[in-house]
Design a protein around this ligand. Structure first.
Ligand code: MG
Ligand code: MG
Length: 258
């Protein structure tokens, strides 16, 4: 069964999802060549706890940190540590919060200094594909409509869609039903109903779709070592138009883009 949330529950969850966006904005202020991924993680953990919430990922399945920071060819689940960000890197930063019984889970891929044009385009188009997917998150559509929107758009640029990792329902648990793949056939899969809350999160590779896991048991990276981008929102399915619970607004104020 796919959980259906009441309007009241969705408003509580919205606070958790918004806190992720605010946390990522605090992190965004520090992203520049020379910063370590551990420094970013510590700022995020302090900010989340200062707002009465808990980091959603720390301890989840044994994950050791508040943020997943995945640099360049790392797709997701990178562990913060001594790594120093360099000019031209990209860093996918995924953050979870838990507050008042509900999780927020959102991710943004940041350029570090000046990135090359090919990589910058990958970031922009991956984010665009997220919003195309969100347009499909309305009652009466199906899970396959979401994945198809991402796949069609991104493959049109010659990019590939990661198959081994997918989006998910999110609420009282970090990962709930249904799985939300970033590929699929239109009109296939579970039917969407108002009150479902989905974490939609395209993971798009510049090169081939294959990925592999590092010996640390967490980090997923592209098999061909080309860069990968990742953007994630929490979205409540509604009649007529999806309701985005998380936000990039605070992040993009810091980055001075819209
Ligand atoms: Mg996430
Ligand atoms: Mg997620």
């Amino acid at each position: 069964m796919i959980p259906i949330k009441t309007d009241e529950e969705i408003e509580i969850q919205r606070q958790s999802s918004l806190l992720v966006g605010k946390t990522l904005a605090e992190v965004a202020k520090l992203i520049k060549p020379g910063v370590t991924t551990r420094e970013l993680d510590q700022v995020a953990e302090t900010f989340i706890r200062d707002h009465g919430a808990k980091p959603g990922f720390k301890g989840y399945g044994g994950f050791p940190a508040t943020l997943c920071i995945s640099v360049n060819d790392e797709v997701v689940h990178g562990i913060p540590g001594d790594r120093v960000l360099k000019d031209g890197d990209i860093a996918s930063i995924d953050c979870g919060t838990f507050m008042n019984g509900f999780y927020g889970d959102s991710a943004y891929t940041f350029p570090v200094g000046e990135v090359n044009e090919e990589t910058q385009k990958l970031l922009e188009r991956t984010k665009e594909s997220l919003y195309l997917a969100i347009e499909q998150a309305v009652a009466g559509k199906r899970i396959g409509d979401i994945g198809n929107a991402v796949q069609k758009y991104c493959e049109g640029f010659g990019y590939s869609v990661v198959r081994d990792l997918v989006g998910h329902g999110v609420g009282r648990k970090l990962h709930e039903k249904p799985e939300v793949p970033n590929y699929g056939r239109r009109g296939s899969g579970a039917k969407l109903k108002s009150g479902m809350v989905l974490a939609i999160e395209p993971m798009i590779n510049l090169g081939r779709k294959e990925v592999a896991q590092d010996a640390d048991g967490w980090t997923i990276r592209t098999a061909d070592s080309k860069p990968s981008a990742h953007f994630e929102h929490n979205v409540a399915v509604r009649n007529g138009k999806a309701d985005i619970l998380s936000t990039f607004e605070y992040i993009e104020e810091v980055l001075d883009i819209r």
